[in-house]
Design a protein around this ligand. Structure first.
Ligand code: ADP
Ligand code: MG
Length: 725
């Protein structure tokens, strides 16, 4: 029973703290530590100024190894060489000239030093100043020919640059490379770029030869990758963008390979250990189920059912993600495969994120299984003590064949007699550790199917989510009406409410969505209660208006939902609690207030509520976008009706970082790789990792030991890998 609880808890996004390592693992982890020198604490290094210690610590940089693997977040190109006559205030530029004058000042009263140099080209001059960089005096002297890169400004009619980057021209190397790139690191307040650059360069010179190259040299050749020794200096001081690309590729590959190896090792072990029931379908079962369904399955539904059944027929647990846009008909797919499980004598579970949704699923199953001898049970939070006790009894005895519930399934001591399949609806916060948990106990494990309307890029699913297999429904079932989405200005309010009212008077129903805000000082934001009060005495006077939000009691919520479903309520004023799954086909109108407060995916989910039937839906969004990004996202929602395209736009607009980080799913963050941008390498690394692990002998050779250790160091504990050999 714990196995179910733990694994579901994980799927539900409650990451459990990593468990203690076994003796053997501890030993292995110890041996996996890198060489002594690069473990030297930065606080013990002479080349690191004491005053920087607290900042480095804040950045999580403890030892030499950490520091050298602290890669720049981006690189800047020096400004192009500029004609003196083209100088413009505030526009970065590089000028060439001769130093005609220098001056050092110690401004003790201001606790700072000043070094300045005047650079001339015969006609014009510019003054460069540096505060607290006394070493400039040794670097720059009168008579030198230099390039000066910085931001020019006029000071008393004369050009000046504060803290420009100087480059000497008479050092025998000719023109410095204006293609070279300047690293820019993530800092913490108080730390300066040049300080961190200096420390890194000092440490790099001293320790480069001690850094271990985890990739065997034959492997590097085979995959056309640069060595560590060649790549590391380039990362911290690239000569040009081509060199940087090669160096970066090496580290991205290394990082993704390490991750993929960890996942491959785990998969390999689990397939040997975790046993799931083999659940096969048959023509007879298929016929019986199809007769019960309320409509004909679409081609895509058939296809994904086939994919799922293939997994369920294997002896290790399925771990599959079913993704499909809002309204694409995932529920019936779940129902089908759950019915196969119970036809073969297993219990099946469906877990929903909210009680309303759980009840809705419960009703769907009751309809499908009308007059069948199948016991379906609902397990939600607030049931009576006795009722719950009986329920748990039925579940443990196996009488209860289909159990539908909420997170309450996790809190209860739910033990199953013969659990074959677990389906999790509308959930995309599930992590990679779930199977590690499944592995913990012996015996039989259920198959897992996770359903989501939020499309997850393939590379993310196969990494951050721990190697999930994916099935996708791309089209909506036939006969579905369109939804029209409008972004309205305040001035269009009256006209919109008139047509909204007209729709209701013609027998339709509608939603009004507003954010829920408790505190009163958010007065500019619509509060669902406020909106409700305003509308029922105003625009929606004489109509039957209901309210729904998360703070209401369960009984009241249910009652309201039921009334709405039975058309006793015309308009439901609600928070985004209606976002997931609620299915009332007669509701075809929606007004969204304070649209800027909702995410793109959320808005899309919301409008999905008014395209459940055959009448076209209309959604009006009123919003005050606070910035351009917010406006662009709202515009995208209006332009794109396809949830998958929308998700792609979302990724483009705000970058993948926010959405899919490995960290969010319980794994250490990636240092350099980007699961979206580096898709090609993700796929390549995955292939290489799988063949390495499956072919065994090479992977176990001595020259792969550093790589094995790297995998263990980074993922051993979190993925419970034990000994990776
Ligand atoms: P979602 O994927 O968002 O969970 P649902 O499973 O709730 O979507 O399905 C949305 C609606 O489409 C439901 O009313 C369902 O009955 C209907 N539906 C699903 N599959 C089909 C089909 N093959 N033919 C007709 N209607 C379908
Ligand atoms: Mg659904």
């Amino acid at each position: 029973m714990n196995r179910f609880k733990d694994s579901i808890r994980f799927l539900a996004g409650n990451h459990r703290k990593g468990k203690g390592l076994g003796k053997r693992q501890e030993q292995a982890a110890k041996e996996a530590k890198p060489g002594k020198g690069i473990q030297t604490l930065l606080t013990e290094e002479e080349g690191v100024p004491r005053r920087l210690f607290p900042y480095l610590q804040k950045l999580g940089l403890r030892c030499v190894y950490d520091l050298l693997y602290y890669f720049p977040k981006r690189y800047e190109k020096p400004a192009p060489l500029t004609d003196w006559s083209d100088l413009e205030e505030g526009v970065p530029a590089t000028v060439q000239g001769e130093i005609t004058q220098t001056e050092s000042k110690n401004m003790w009263y201001a606790r700072r030093t000043l070094f300045s140099a005047v650079i001339e080209n015969g006609e014009e001059s510019i003054k460069a100043v540096w505060f607290n960089q006394p070493y400039r005096a040794k670097q720059l002297a009168q008579g030198m020919e230099v390039l000066l890169t910085g931001v020019p400004k006029k000071s008393g009619g004369l050009w000046e640059m504060v803290h420009p980057q100087p480059n000497k021209l008479d050092n025998g190397e000719g023109m410095p490379d204006l293609d070279s790139l300047i690293p820019v690191y993530s800092l913490t307040e108080g730390l300066k770029q040049y300080q961190l650059r200096q420390v890194i360069q000092t440490i790099l010179k001293k320790y480069l030869s001690e850094m271990e190259d985890v990739l065997p040299s034959d492997f590097q050749k085979e995959h056309n990758l640069w060595s560590l020794e060649k790549s590391l200096p380039v990362m911290h001081k690239p000569k040009d963008s081509e060199a940087l690309a090669k160096a970066r590729e090496r580290f991205v590959f290394q990082e993704l390979l390490t991750l993929q190896l960890a996942l491959a090792v785990r998969r390999f072990k689990q397939h040997g250990i975790a046993k799931a029931p083999i659940i096969l379908s048959s023509e007879k079962i298929d016929n019986r189920i199809k007769k019960r369904l309320l409509f004909e399955l679409t081609e895509e539904q058939e296809k994904v059912i086939e994919e799922i059944l293939e997994d369920m027929g294997k002896k290790h647990p399925m771990n599959r993600l079913l993704q499909g846009d809002v309204g694409s008909g995932k529920t019936v797919v779940a129902a089908y495969v759950m019915l196969v499980a119970i036809a073969q004598g297993y219990q099946a579970v469906l877990m929903a994120p909210t009680e309303i949704l759980a009840r809705q699923h419960y009703e769907t199953f009751q309809k499908i299984l009308k007059n069948a001898k199948v016991q379906i049970d609902l397990l939600v939070g607030k049931q009576g003590v006795q009722e719950r006790k009986n329920l748990l009894q039925d579940i443990v005895e196996g009488k209860s064949q289909i159990v539908i519930g909420t997170q309450a399934l996790l809190q209860e001591k739910v033990a199953f007699e013969k659990l074959g399949l677990v389906v999790i609806d509308e959930q995309h916060k599930f992590g990679v550790q779930q199977r590690a948990l499944l592995r913990e106990s012996s015996g039989i494990f259920p198959h897992y199917l996770v359903m989501t309307a939020t499309p997850i890029p393939r590379t993310v699913a196969m990494t951050a989510f721990g190697d999930l297999d994916i099935s996708t429904i791309t089209k909506l079932p036939p006969g579905r009406a369109k939804v029209h989405t409008y972004l309205f200005e305040e001035g269009q309010r009256e006209a919109w409410w008139q047509s909204f009212r007209k729709g209701i008077e013609q027998g339709r129903q509608g939603y009004v969505i507003a954010p829920f805000v408790e505190s009163e000082d958010f007065s500019e934001v619509d509060n669902v209660t406020e909106v409700y009060n305003r509308l029922k005495d105003g625009e929606l006077l004489d109509l039957s208006v209901g309210i729904l939000h998360g703070r209401m009691s369960t009984e009241l919520k249910e009652k309201t939902m039921r009334q709405f479903a039975e058309n006793e309520i015309d308009v439901l004023v609600a928070t985004s609690v209606v976002e997931v799954g609620i299915d009332v086909p007669n509701a075809t109108l929606m007004t969204i207030e304070s649209g800027q407060r909702f995410g793109m995916a959320q808005l899309h989910q919301l409008r999905g509520r008014v395209s459940r039937g055959t009448t076209e839906g209309h959604v009006a969004i009123f919003a005050k976008p606070p910035n351009e990004l917010a406006a662009a996202r709202l515009a995208a929602v209006v332009d794109t009706n396809n949830g998958f395209e929308l998700a792609e736009k979302d990724l483009q607009l705000r970058g993948p970082g926010d959405l899919f980080s490995t960290q969010q799913h319980g794994l250490p963050p990636l240092r350099i790789a980007d699961l979206i941008r580096d898709e090609k390498i993700v796929l390549q690394a995955r292939k290489v990792a799988q063949s390495l692990v499956e072919e065994g002998p090479i992977w176990k050779e001595e020259e792969y030991r550093p790589l094995r250790n790297a995998v263990l160091r980074r993922y051993g504990k979190v993925l419970d890998l034990g000994d990776v050999g």
